[in-house]
Design a protein around this ligand. Structure first.
Ligand code: F6R
Length: 618
């Protein structure tokens, strides 16, 4: 949410800054802007409300020579989207230009103080205080680096900041609570909110810590702590490929990422299953034997994956709960040193989730981040990390990372249960009307995890969701229901549907429908029922309740479940898989349903209204 990019080095900066902004647009698209220090001295700023296209149009035909510059793509927090509120922000004289991601909590008092000292403000943003603070320090005789440090010392809140100053060749940057990563190229170095920003220029990165101050000058860089003492941060090579972060032949990243799931799932699972056990390098057998209970914290799609994981653990007899990170952070449940708190987060930078991790650390729980991003704040802030290895996800709506999160959590659940000896909680008495029984058979789960990429491939190639998106395009509401692991999938299906179609969509536990939501069901409500092969006959009761009120029902379930097919009005089948994993292929159908429904409505699928990826504010 808000993307920043900075570049210093040989050759001109502008083109690379714009590429960086295009690559970061998933973090915000309310406005975009750049500031380049011209080779002969002054700073030129160009910024526009709207997507980076508007900025590019404003820049077209303009020569902005100079190797040093900063750029920003905005998701508004303080002040509406507008040219004036777009970053970079400058001081009165235009000597100092700053881009910022985060929230400066004490901006109002700083603004008052600066106004009284004669500074004039042109935007409603919290960020604008920074260039004015720097300018004030420069006026007092400080050099640019000292002025930057003095300004940062006044700030409260979260920030990743990058600054350039007139007649100075350097970029100055720092972070606290918002992501910032350094990219080391040959002719130039980069700073950005996220690696994909500069991945086409370099894969050598340095993950910065809170309060690091970085100075890029020519093609050299320097990292110091808040007192100016040099700090040594390791250089790492990112395994992601630059082409992974491009759309290629696709119209939308979301569709590309849906289609990538057979591959991303294979990456998640590779080398992690060995016959009768899950092999997680970070968690050898016995390493989780002191875990008594598990608490998941996460937001959005990751929360749904966490719910899924907690259900699997409970089925293995391990007490487990999933809580929304924005709730846990302020109302934590009791945990002990023997509680494993698992933060599930694709980006590893979600502020709510990081706040929960801090609380769990403070409460002395053992903490683990399950994340897609190596070097992310979550990976570094937790005691341990498990990487889902899904590759970069650019579409704002999370897709492939949900599948990989669930697969990784299934492996982890297996390891925790094996270490803790969790007894299967449910026996095999709950056989469904599908072709599967209801037991949790760890061997079956492991072996079906291995064939999951192939099952998902079948779903990705199925045209059923596209057809149904058209057939039900005129519905007033879309209700998603499921039970067991089908419940988080129903919630996820509804989330995906509402966020990219802007239609009314809700997810419910199937058994809950009759306790209230059924009042809303009419012939204009499409009910999408998720079946997993476990307790399906109960969900069928709920389906019939909806059908009696005239609602058409779409079933998503195992291909061979004939009773289900015959009862529902439409059916989206997936190949036989263990009921504990069936939510993954079912969810791929729901992703496709949302995608096609959004396409029919001509929505901005990769940049849904009011949303952005990686929510770095609480
Ligand atoms: C929905 C979506 C969001 C994220 C949520 C958490 O499609 O992408 O709901 O899942 O903001 O993000 P991470 O997983 O990065 O912590």
């Amino acid at each position: 949410m808000c993307g920043i990019i900075a570049r210093a080095g040989i050759g001109d900066a502008l083109e690379e800054l714009v590429v960086g902004l295009q690559n970061l647009e998933y973090r915000g698209y309310d406005s975009a802007g750049v500031a380049v220090r011209r080779a002969d001295g002054p700073i030129t700023v160009c910024k526009r409300e709207g997507e980076t296209d508007a900025l590019e149009a404003a820049l077209s035909g303009r020569a902005l020579p100079g190797g040093t510059g900063i750029g920003h793509t905005r998701w508004s927090t303080h002040g509406a989207p507008s040219d004036a509120n777009a970053h970079p922000h400058t001081d009165d004289s235009g000597r100092v230009a700053v881009v910022h991601n985060g929230i400066i909590r004490n901006h109002e008092s700083l603004r008052r103080e600066l106004r009284e000292a004669g500074h004039r403000f042109r935007s409603e943003t919290d960020t604008e205080v920074v260039p004015h603070l720097v300018a004030a320090a420069l006026d007092d005789g400080a050099d640019p680096e000292s002025a930057f440090r003095a300004a940062v010392a006044r700030l409260e809140g979260s920030y990743a900041l990058a600054m350039i100053v007139d007649e100075d060749d350097a970029v100055y940057a720092t972070r606290r609570g918002s992501p910032l990563v350094l990219g080391l190229g040959t002719d130039a170095n980069y700073l950005a909110s996220d690696v994909p920003a500069f991945l086409e220029f370099t894969d050598r990165v340095v993950y910065l810590e809170d309060d690091d101050v970085v100075v890029l000058e020519g093609n050299t860089y320097r990292i110091t702590d808040v007192d100016g003492t040099p700090v040594d941060r390791p250089i790492e090579t990112v395994e992601w490929d630059a082409s992974d972060a491009r759309k290629g032949v696709y119209n939308h990243f979301m569709r590309k990422e849906i289609d990538e799931q057979p591959v991303s799932l294979r990456q998640t699972l590779e080398g992690r299953i060995d016959g009768d056990r899950s092999e997680l390098t970070a968690f050898p057998p016995g390493s989780l034997s002191d875990v008594d209970d598990v608490v998941f914290v996460a937001c959005g799609t990751s929360y749904h994956a966490a719910m899924y994981g907690s259900t699997l653990l409970r089925r293995r007899g391990v007490p487990a709960t999933a809580l929304r990170a924005n709730e846990f952070a302020h109302d934590p449940m009791p945990v002990s040193e023997r509680t494993l708190v698992i933060a599930v987060t694709q980006s590893g930078e979600t502020a709510d989730t990081l706040a929960s991790l801090r609380v769990a650390n403070d409460l002395s729980a053992r903490t683990l981040a399950v994340t897609n991003v190596v070097g992310s704040s979550a990976a570094r802030g937790a005691d341990e990390a498990l990487f889902i290895r899904a590759g970069p996800e650019i579409g704002v709506a999370a897709t492939k990372t949900f599948s990989s999160q669930v697969a990784a959590l299934a492996l982890l659940a297996d390891r925790i249960a094996a270490d803790g000896g969790g007894a299967d909680a449910y026996g095999d008495e709950t056989a469904g009307v599908g072709d599967h029984g209801g037991a949790y058979d760890p061997d079956s789960v492991r072996s079906d995890l291995e064939s999951l990429p192939t099952a998902v491939e079948t779903v990705v190639n199925d045209a059923g969701a596209a057809r149904l998106a058209t057939q039900f395009a005129d519905a007033e509401s879309y209700f998603f229901i499921g039970r067991g692991v089908g419940y988080p999938v129903a919630l996820e299906g509804a989330l995906k549907f509402k966020e990219i179609t802007y239609e009314h969509a809700e997810g419910f536990a199937a058994g809950e429908l009759k306790h209230g939501p059924l009042a809303l069901v009419t012939p204009a409500t499409v009910v999408i029922a998720v079946f997993t092969g476990r307790n399906d006959e109960l969900t069928l009761h709920n389906v019939r309740e909806a059908q009696s009120r005239g609602a058409p029902v779409v079933g998503v379930g195992p291909a061979s479940a004939t009773t289900l097919r015959e009862t529902v009005d439409e059916y989206l089948p997936f190949p036989r898989t263990d009921p504990n994993l069936a939510g993954i292929p079912a969810n791929v159908h729901l992703q496709l349903l949302a995608y096609h429904a959004a396409e029919i409505r001509d929505r901005a699928i990769d940049k849904p209204r009011n949303l952005a990826k990686s929510v770095t504010v609480e």
